[in-house]
Design a protein around this ligand. Structure first.
Ligand code: HEC
Ligand code: HEC
Ligand code: HEC
Length: 457
């Protein structure tokens, strides 16, 4: 893909801007995108960008309250200026944005009905809806499809996991040793594996909060390392750009591995001549933080769990799912779950408000330091309570759930998602179907089904 020239885009000048910048996308998609961009500018942007003045009729008594609320809720739901206009300067629309756009069109929910009533001509014409859906489909196929789905499943928001991704086998073998090595911690008691048990706990610790050196507890749940390679950023708040940068965090974290500095860790490794020989054969400049974390990152690229029953179904094996499990997947899409849990790893791509539709934190009580989410890292007040969407791969094995580790059953996780993120009070019967579907997401590692503590209910 060609890098585009940088052109400043104001929210209101969307079309002019797209014309100047979107050489970035490939041709047919570009034409479709231009058309969609025109529709979005005219009918959506007013409520979905931070730098757009409220329209004049917002001043009319009574209407102001409705518009102001729609504007506030709309901008929290999706910043279309940021996701389409700003992003189009160098990247295609994200898989998450595509899924969100698809959902509102399929469900005819945008623009909001009460707005369409007061604002004549704001509804989408049938042709416009088709244009948006067509653009979603083309963009998905071009940018995100893993190419593994059967033709009739190719446009599903969830894609099959690939069997593997490229990695350096020797570095990964070394990385595995380092991942399992307790010498990285200050008192030789904790390894990465201690909190991310690959063998029996699906890459987690199955505990509410992780226990670090000297039995210290943090205030945030340990996510799985399986399929973390697909995360666009690492950690619940995204503070690490990639796996290598992430691996630099825990060793010096006082409550995780507690080492004072990398020299102390390296001094221990240097005494191990076999390990030192293995490392210098691969990294001629010898022991360093960069080389240790690079090897660990390479190893984590091997932690992929393909071939779940759902993947088999996506690849064309109609019998891989029961009728109820397929209904569960339909509900999963209908209740908007696939808007955020999208793509091959069903998460890891965007940061979303845990209190999008209702105040989760007020209802839960007992504030935690970790509740800040993305704000804790970005310090942007608009990021308060936003968390990276966790992967749902192998989710029946990764309890407890959520950043605060408060949820121990899938049924409760689905209920909470409905109320606070999707905006639905999901009836018990439908939750049951969704949970049945979620249990089909358990994949294979090294050719064998992943096993662990299966969440009851
Ligand atoms: C009058 C303001 C307004 C307009 C115009 C508007 N939206 Fe929205 N949008 C909202 C609000 C409010 C929400 C929050 C969800 C809700 O309460 O329905 C939202 C949510 C969304 C979402 C997230 C899904 C969700 O349910 O939370 C998407 C995607 C979206 N809008 C797309 C669009 C598109 C595409 C258009 C143009 C066709 C559009 N919106 C026009 C106000 C608006
Ligand atoms: C004391 C327990 C503990 C140890 C030891 C530990 N981790 Fe973690 N890990 C966690 C917790 C808790 C988080 C979430 C922290 C956050 O997001 O702020 C996490 C997050 C991660 C993530 C991000 C996953 C995602 O979805 O964002 C990766 C990858 C990871 N750890 C790998 C490692 C590696 C590699 C090591 C060894 C160098 C390691 N961890 C050591 C507990 C631990
Ligand atoms: C607007 C985006 C969004 C929507 C819609 C959404 N989720 Fe989530 N989901 C998230 C985020 C963000 C988290 C983590 C929140 C936290 O821990 O604070 C999460 C967490 C989860 C978890 C816990 C996973 C774990 O490892 O902790 C499950 C299970 C889940 N979602 C399922 C669903 C289901 C089922 C639906 C549909 C009813 C759904 N989600 C809708 C964003 C979303």
């Amino acid at each position: 893909m060609k890098k585009s020239s940088l052109v400043f885009c104001a929210g209101a000048a969307l079309l002019a801007c797209i014309a100047g910048t979107a050489q970035a996308a490939e041709q047919p998609t570009l034409t479709k995108f231009k058309h969609v961009a025109g529709i979005v500018q005219e009918k959506c942007l007013a409520c979905h960008t931070r730098n757009f003045d409220l329209p004049f009729y917002a001043a009319i008594p009574g209407i102001k309250e409705i518009i102001q609320k729609d504007y506030n809720d709309g901008i929290r739901a999706l910043d279309l200026n940021q996701e389409l206009v700003e992003r189009a300067k160098n990247k295609p629309a994200s898989e998450v944005t595509l899924a969100k756009m698809e959902w509102v069109i399929q469900n005819d929910s945008m623009p909001p009905a009460k707005f369409a009533i007061v604002h004549w001509g704001s509804r989408l014409a049938p042709e416009e809806k088709l244009a948006i859906l067509d653009w979603v489909k083309t963009s998905r196929a071009e940018q995100y499809a893993t190419g593994l789905a059967a033709p009739d499943k190719a446009n599903e928001p969830v894609q099959p996991l690939p069997d593997s991704i490229p990695f350096d086998a020797k570095k990964a073998a070394l990385g595995k040793k380092l991942f399992n090595d307790k010498r990285i911690s200050v008192d030789d008691t904790v390894s990465c594996f201690s909190c991310h048990d690959i063998d029996t706990k699906a890459g987690t610790d199955n505990a509410r909060f992780a226990e670090g050196v000297r039995k210290q507890l943090g205030d945030i749940n340990a996510p799985t390392v399986f399929n973390a390679a697909f995360n666009t950023r690492q950690f619940w708040d995204g503070r690490a750009a990639d796996l290598q940068e992430q691996a630099g965090g825990p060793p010096l974290n006082p409550i995780e591995m507690g080492s004072k500095n990398w020299q102390d860790i390296i001094a221990k490794f240097q005494k191990d001549s076999a390990l030192t020989a293995e490392l210098t054969a691969l990294y001629p400049d010898g022991w360093s933080e960069a080389n240790i974390t690079n090897a660990i990152g390479e190893y984590e690229k091997t932690l992929i769990t393909p071939n779940s029953r759902f993947d088999k179904w996506l690849k064309g094996d109609a019998k891989a799912l029961s009728v109820d499990e397929q209904r569960g997947y339909d509900r999963f899409k209908a209740y908007r779950c696939a808007s955020c849990h999208v793509g091959k790893s069903m998460g890891g791509q965007s940061f979303e408000y845990m209190d999008l539709k209702k105040d989760y934190f007020a209802d839960r009580g007992h504030p935690l330091g970790s509740d800040k989410g993305l704000f804790g890292f970005s310090k942007d007040k608009n990021d308060m309570h936003k968390f990276k969407v966790p992967t749902l791969r192998n989710v029946e094995l990764t309890a407890p759930y959520l950043h605060d580790g408060t949820v121990t059953t899938l049924d409760e996780a689905v209920r909470i998602m409905g109320v606070y993120l999707a905006g639905f009070d999901i009836p018990q019967q439908d939750r049951k179907l969704i949970v049945a579907y979620l249990r089909t997401l358990t994949g294979e590692f090294e050719g064998k089904p992943l096993t662990g503590q299966v969440t009851a209910k």
